[in-house]
Ligand binder design. Structure first.
Ligand code: WT7
Length: 664
């Protein structure tokens, strides 16, 4: 049987009028006060380049100072601080130890089993140096790509930082991705080495990571010479003698010191694959200095991050949030982070709150989907834990519905913690639009205002700014910023087409629809392209469709999103099968098979909630699938589309499920 979500709409966003001033107690101690924030905005408006130049000088430790702030010669392929040199791992480790934080906890790790590890900056430095030396001993050089496929354990940070230390470019693949998705990313990056673990732990189960690597490497990954395997879950795995090495003995044999490799500011720090509306996932390429500058600053501005804070960003390092606000931003600020390997509801729905209590978390940064899932379990569960250490809450990844916002505020934050709803993307590298917690009044569901140095606007079809409050348009950024993605790995044309050409190279197209209210606050409406946001994870409808048609039974498939109570957006697939017809006795079994197939091909995240079978898909006479129509059908909305151009008008009733389809 297929699970059919109830699909309530994200409610009330348009009519939300509640407003929360920064709590006085918070504002009094905040790093940024109203005057300082205003001064930053003013400075950025008056002298954009001077603004970024000063911050880059004061925030980063340059091995070789830069003289060029912004090189626009190849715009929109912008280059920032390009004649300077530094090393990102040096900023996150050596600089912190020199500042006296050697014995301070860099990471407080909790495994799903409950095991806790405290890792000081000095210990982290040692582990990073040893792995960096191990990578060098295996012939990894600056500019080489290393794929990291690990559970959310401290070694994932060690691996990323070790790459950064020697100038290797890491490409982290989320451990929830299948072997096929992994293979595609390894091949696209042309990686020379993969770092993985025997297995990961999730909800009491073992995720077979090494097995997935073996299967990925069986084809099309000739570039990979070695696999480093962390012993973690203890599950038995085969090792390939000429290729695989155990992490622990390999690292123990290495020198505890590794001089950082100084790299130019523009040297790629990492690639991270993300979904677009067409084609294969794109390898978003980030720089070293510009990226670090924005992630470091936003930790201070948005999270008010301070020496005594315990910062917990719940994201996996497989997503950009885990890069910017687990691995790089907090460590560049010398903060203590919390990492938790397992599921939020294991062994019960109190796990998140227990972690906040046990580790004294002061800043919690998580996703609306997690908030909604935990909210559903009731107020009694969080009430069992002491959450008084929390002082600031953050949200990211998708619009947060006012109901979840209010619950987060009242039940988790005890009414005293500001909420920062942070809008940004894999491509922006760091937070762009967000409240500054001691200054900005918040409204549930709005990410409020752009940060200093971020020039956001909303444009209409013709590229004119939309001035009328509440009128929607395309969200754009009109000036480049340091942590902007530099290109798509191996496909700069696609980079230019996707982000810059819509408005003649003048501004960055985010791919989101948005509007502003009377106060100029931004409200994100959702993607304007064929990208879904399922539990805060980006999925291209095309990717799911390709996975479906790769199944022998499937002739054609079209995938649309529709509101889902927990996941934000759920996945509905319309499928034309070879052999099977709507109404056949075994359609439920086939639907189940196809859902599992997509999960195995791509990731369990991509598993469709519902499959609807049809004899054909609605197409225009020119053969284009009418997605808007399918979306309306998926949402049970009245159809406003002109169906007269449909090649096969009779199909609509069937797609609506009026004639038997693949769901009960
Ligand atoms: C897309 C980017 C940002 C890191 C995690 C996701 C949506 C992100 C918000 C927010 C409304 C949001 C947008 C954006 N999104 N944050 N606060 N409010 N929508 O990164 O996978 O690159 O996805 O997530 O649609 O375009 P990503």
């Amino acid at each position: 049987m297929t699970v059919t979500p109830t699909g309530t709409h994200i409610s009330g966003v348009l009519h939300e009028r509640r407003r929360f001033e920064p709590p006085e107690q918070f504002a009094a101690r905040a790093r940024l006060h109203a005057e300082q924030l205003a001064a930053l905005h003013e400075r950025a408006r008056q002298d954009y380049l001077g603004f970024w130049r000063e911050l880059a000088v004061s925030q980063l430790n340059w091995h070789k100072p830069f003289s060029i702030t912004l090189d626009e010669r190849e715009a929109p392929n912008y280059r920032w601080f390009c004649d300077g040199e530094l090393n990102v791992s040096h900023e996150c480790l050596d600089v912190q130890i020199i500042a006296g934080r050697g014995e301070k906890a860099a990471i407080r790790f909790e495994a799903e089993t409950g095991e806790v590890r405290r890792i000081s900056y000095r210990e982290l430095y040692l582990q990073v140096c040893q792995l960096a030396n191990a990578l060098k001993s295996l012939g990894v050089r600056a500019g080489d790509r290393v794929v990291i496929y690990l559970p959310l354990v401290p070694e994932a940070i060690v691996a990323m930082q070790a790459c950064a230390r020697i100038g290797a470019i890491h490409s982290v693949v989320f451990g929830g991705f299948s072997a096929l998705a992994l293979r595609e990313r390894i091949a696209d990056a042309g990686a020379c080495l993969v770092i993985t673990a025997d297995g990961g732990r999730r909800a009491g189960q073992i995720v077979q990571l090494k097995a997935a690597v073996d299967s990925a490497l069986a084809e099309r990954c000739e570039s990979v010479r070695n696999v480093i395997v962390l012993r973690h879950a203890g599950n038995p795995i085969p090792m390939q003698a000429d290729r695989d090495l155990w992490w622990q003995p390999l690292c123990e044999a290495q020198s505890p010191r590794c001089e950082p490799q100084w790299v130019p500011a523009e040297h790629p720090l990492f690639l991270l694959h993300t979904s677009g509306s067409t084609g294969r996932p794109k390898g978003i390429q980030h720089s070293s200095a510009g990226y670090l500058l924005n992630v470091k600053l936003t930790c201070q501005w948005v999270f008010d991050l301070r020496e005594e804070d315990v910062f917990w960003c719940t994201a996996d390092v497989g997503w950009v949030t885990g890069h910017s606000y687990v691995c790089y931003g907090p460590l560049a600020n010398g903060a203590t982070i919390v990492m938790y390997e397992g599921a939020p509801t294991y062994p019960d729905g109190g796990r998140f709150w227990k972690i906040c209590q046990d580790h004294g978390v002061t800043i919690l940064y998580t996703a609306p989907t997690a908030i909604r899932a935990l909210m559903r379990l009731g107020d009694e569960i969080p009430a069992r834990y002491d959450l008084s250490s929390l002082r600031l809450l953050g949200s990211v990844g998708e619009p947060i519905n006012p109901e979840a916002w209010m619950w987060y505020h009242r039940v988790i934050g005890g009414g005293r913690c500001p909420i920062v709803d942070t809008w940004w993307q894999t491509e922006t590298g760091a937070i762009m639009i967000s409240p500054v917690p001691g200054v900005t009044a918040t409204k549930p569901g709005s990410c409020t205002l752009p940060l200093p140095g971020v020039f956001a606007d909303i444009l209409d079809e013709a590229g004119e700014p939309v001035r009328r409050p509440e009128a929607g348009g395309y969200l754009v950024i009109t000036k480049p910023w340091p942590s902007l993605a530099r290109t798509i790995w191996g496909d700069n044309e696609r980079y230019l087409n996707t982000y810059w050409r819509r408005f003649d190279g003048r501004c960055y197209l985010a791919g989101d629809g948005a509007y502003r209210d009377q106060d100029g606050y931004f409200w994100i409406v959702g993607r304007i392209d064929d990208v879904l946001n399922v539990s805060g994870h980006r999925l291209g409808t095309m990717e799911i469709e390709s996975a479906l048609v790769a199944h022998v039974r499937v002739a054609e498939a079209a995938v649309v999103g529709r509101p889902h109570e927990i996941k934000g957006e759920g996945i509905l697939a319309f499928v034309v099968c070879r052999g099977a017809r709507p109404g056949d006795a075994d359609v439920d079994a086939i639907a189940q098979e196809l859902r599992d197939w997509v999960a195995a091909q791509l990731s369990p995240i991509a598993r469709p909630d519902e499959i609807r079978f049809a004899d054909a898909l609605p197409k225009t006479r020119s053969g284009k699938i009418m997605r808007r129509l399918l979306r309306a059908i998926g949402r049970n909305e009245p159809l406003t589309q002109d169906v007269s151009t449909l090649e096969n008008p009779g199909i609509v009733a069937q797609l609506r499920g009026e004639r038997a389809a693949g769901t009960p």
